[in-house]
Design a protein around this ligand. Structure first.
Ligand SMILES: NC(=O)c1ccc[n+]([C@@H]2O[C@H](COP(=O)([O-])OP(=O)(O)OC[C@H]3O[C@@H](n4cnc5c(N)ncnc54)[C@H](OP(=O)(O)O)[C@@H]3O)[C@@H](O)[C@H]2O)c1
Length: 298
């Protein structure tokens, strides 16, 4: 294995609402001096910004095999991300076939911390299937099993004008494993640039906090009280239908919050990962600092 010859294909490169992992990966690879081919779904102002940053832009749908052959031509390594919505296994299947045909040697794919055939949400179980599909096609898959993104909580707080954090998580002592999407991207960029062998599964958690501590981090970043409010699951679902407008995302998040509520305390999977610093090159971001930086950018 020699490291990237030809451009690295980065999917989800325009970034989105969930974590913009792809956009972070583009910037991190360009900063390392690597050539990047950015796959976007639509040629919009985000695509224009990618060109300005120095990436080659290709337009395509990850679920459409006809788009993936040209996107992967001359590529040896790729970053694969697909948002929490319907179509994950379709997209991964098409990508695996095209990657195998193109002779890829490494595909770094975003997955979820508890991906498992018996995982607590349908989307996590689909991530398990997606992981196995990539493994079967022997494209050098590296699965980044990420904890809950900070950005996920920020979307919820922003919907309430950063006045409260309303989630169906039970008592404020309920524990959450968290990570900055940017740290997931840093590890992805490290693995994509590394010519040597890498572990095929990396679990990425940057911080383990109770919901009370999460609310305190929002309070510290915003300069006013942001209280945690335990809402009934049905009430949260009604708000979420409006907030996400995506049945798959609402289904996943409803089951996710219920899972954390039931587990309550620290679980064996909730472990701050040494891999973030070892491969990503710096210690994990902390929630309060992440929120402060995000506010400063607004
Ligand atoms: N959110 C969390 O707390 C969390 C935690 C752990 C793991 N994860 C995992 O993180 C991944 C999502 O993170 P992310 O940062 O990549 O999400 P994101 O910020 O929402 O970005 C998704 C990108 O994918 C593009 N896209 C959507 N559908 C596409 C299609 N059919 N073909 C090509 N591109 C498409 C979007 O483009 P448009 O914007 O143009 O649609 C967007 O640029 C998922 O695998 C999820 O399971 C999330």
């Amino acid at each position: 294995m020699t490291g990237p010859a030809g451009p690295v294909l980065v999917t989800g490169a325009a970034g989105g609402r969930q974590g913009s992992t792809g956009r972070h990966v583009v910037d991190l690879l360009l900063a390392r001096g690597l050539a990047v081919r950015a796959l976007v779904r639509v040629d919009d102002d985000r695509a224009a910004a990618l060109r300005v940053a120095g990436a080659e832009v290709v337009v395509g749908d990850l679920r459409e095999i006809a788009d993936l052959g040209p996107a992967l031509r001359g590529v040896r390594r790729a970053f694969l991300t697909y948002p929490v919505t319907h179509g994950l296994v379709d997209a991964t299947g098409a990508f695996a076939v095209a990657a195998r045909e193109a002779g890829l040697e490494r595909v770094v794919a975003v997955s979820q911390l508890a991906a498992d055939p018996a995982a607590g949400t349908p989307h996590m179980r689909q991530h398990w299937v997606a992981e196995r599909v990539l493994d079967r096609f022997e494209v050098g898959a590296v699965h980044l099993r990420a904890a809950v993104f900070f950005e996920n909580l920020a979307v919820v707080a922003a919907a309430a004008g950063f006045r409260e954090l309303a989630l169906p998580l039970g008592p404020p002592d309920t524990v959450l494993p968290l990570v900055a999407a940017e740290d997931v991207a840093r590890v992805a960029a490290g693995v994509l640039a590394d010519p040597g062998p890498v572990e095929p599964v990396l679990r990425l958690t940057g911080q383990v906090l109770t919901v009370r501590e999460v609310a305190e981090a929002f309070t510290a970043a915003s300069g006013h009280e942001v209280g945690y409010v335990d809402v009934a699951p049905e009430a949260w679902r009604a708000v979420a239908d409006d907030l996400y407008r995506d049945g798959r995302a609402v289904e996943h998040l409803s089951a996710l919050w219920a899972m954390f509520r039931e587990i309550g305390a620290v679980h064996e999977l909730y472990r701050v990962s040494e891999e973030i610093e070892r491969i990503g090159g710096r210690p994990p971001r902390q929630l309060a600092a992440h929120l402060r930086d995000a506010q400063a950018r607004v």
